[in-house]
Design a protein around this ligand. Structure first.
Ligand SMILES: [Zn+2]
Length: 411
């Protein structure tokens, strides 16, 4: 079993070790897994994601190998994944360097999680059932039926108080029996005989294998963000330390850009957006009304200009600047205003559309007519006896097809 140096010192970023084994666990040979006798690299576990960094053979210091991922095998062996393991063999000495920025961020997120989870228990008896560390943000799932914005704010305030009080964070190792009497926030299943405890002075005591800060001030700050109802309770998204500052910076930039569009202050943005939405709703309504009026007038005009042949008024029109909803409206008006109207209308603006309609009582079948037209023009559509619509594929041939159909309904 690998000696886990990070168990005792989270700030140990440089270390020396011996290669125990080089494995090819994926079978493909695409990458290798290096096993060391001791390591400061943290493998993904307990919600915290793995460290990255480099290992260098002592005999060839120029040959830096990137540690892409660190995982823990079922038997507790720690696997250091590298893209190319050529210079590494059993028995050679190596020097390991942990990616410090990444580790520090993980320490801030993970210790911040302990503070936050304890704050939810202290204030509202809401235990944390799971912890997830993502690339941009982290989340905990709370075992609770309800979670109000006021509770979120209160937990955030307490968590930040504990952070600014710069309380000591200690690592302790105890037996299962000792742990049972300590009132841990979370007791893991009894597997190992020794438990590793993380204690935030006078605030939280919990079993955990992660890398933590040595005092809460190193967390920096804790910022709570989205909350959402999940199957087993409530999920609370949060960010700590530098990540919190980066997130707040991005939020501010986004808000500033949005506020700039309406030349207001970012705090007035909700009112501005509400006002714009209302305006656009009003405009949409008045536009719809106007289009209906235009359709009414145009229908009357078209009917007046179309001679009746065989007691039918056949209106054939193709519009380059109207959409489907308008030609539909026009077809409705035409067949409503006159009891002998047949309308064969097209919109040739993309996406092209066809609408065929006849006044109730006329003998043709618009659905069948549409199918015939689309067989020539391609595309999809259909409809009933009195009204059909379609989306033709070949726009250039629309007028010729309409003229041909007009001839059919004339006779
Ligand atoms: Zn933990």
């Amino acid at each position: 079993m690998t000696d886990r140096l990070y168990y005792h010192d989270s700030f140990l970023y440089e270390f020396d070790a011996e290669v125990i084994e080089v494995l090819s666990p994926d079978g493909s040979g695409a990458r290798s897994a290096v096993v060391l006798d001791r390591t400061a690299f943290y493998p993904t576990s307990g919600g915290q994601v793995f460290d990255t960094g480099w290992i260098v053979p002592a005999s060839d210091p120029q040959h830096k190998l990137r540690i892409e991922e660190v995982a823990e095998a079922d038997d507790g062996t720690i696997l250091h994944f590298v893209a190319e393991a050529a210079p590494l063999q059993k028995g050679i000495r190596v020097h390991g360097s942990v990616d410090v920025d990444r580790r520090r961020s993980h320490m801030q997120q993970h210790s911040g999680q302990h503070v936050l989870s304890a704050a939810f228990v202290r204030l509202f008896q809401m235990p944390t059932v799971s912890f997830h560390m993502g690339t941009d943000s982290c989340s905990i799932d709370l075992d609770t039926r309800n979670l109000t914005p006021a509770q979120v704010e209160a937990a955030e305030a307490l968590a930040n108080d504990v952070t600014s009080q710069d309380r000591r964070v200690d690592i302790r190792f105890v037996t299962q029996e000792e742990a049972a009497g300590l009132g841990l926030r979370k007791l893991p299943p009894a597997e190992q005989e020794k438990l590793r405890l993380i204690e935030i002075w006078d605030f939280d005591l919990t079993a955990c294998g992660g890398t933590h800060v040595t005092s809460t001030g190193q967390i920096g700050c804790i910022l709570l963000r989205k909350t959402e109802k999940v199957r087993q309770g409530w999920r609370v998204e949060f960010v700590c330390g530098k990540r919190a500052v980066a997130t707040a910076r991005r939020d501010y930039a986004t808000l500033t850009e949005a506020a700039g569009l309406s030349s207001g202050h970012i705090w007035e943005l909700p009112q501005q957006v509400r006002r714009l939405l209302e305006e656009s709703r009003t405009l949409r309504k008045s536009r719809e009304q106007l289009l209906e009026e235009i359709a009414d007038l145009q229908a009357a005009q078209l009917l007046a200009a179309t001679a009746e042949t065989a007691s039918r008024r056949i209106v054939v029109r193709s519009y380059p600047d109207r959409d489907l909803s308008f030609i539909k409206l026009l077809a409705q008006r035409l067949t409503r205003q006159n009891s002998s109207a047949i309308a064969l209308l097209a919109s040739t603006s993309a996406p092209a559309a066809l609408v065929f309609a006849q006044s109730p009582g006329q003998p043709f079948d618009m659905g069948a007519l549409m199918n015939g037209a689309l067989q020539q023009l391609g595309g999809r559509g259909g409809g009933s006896k009195d009204m059909a619509q379609g989306g033709p594929a070949k726009i250039d041939e629309i007028e010729a097809v309409l003229a041909e159909l007009a001839g059919k309904v004339q006779g």
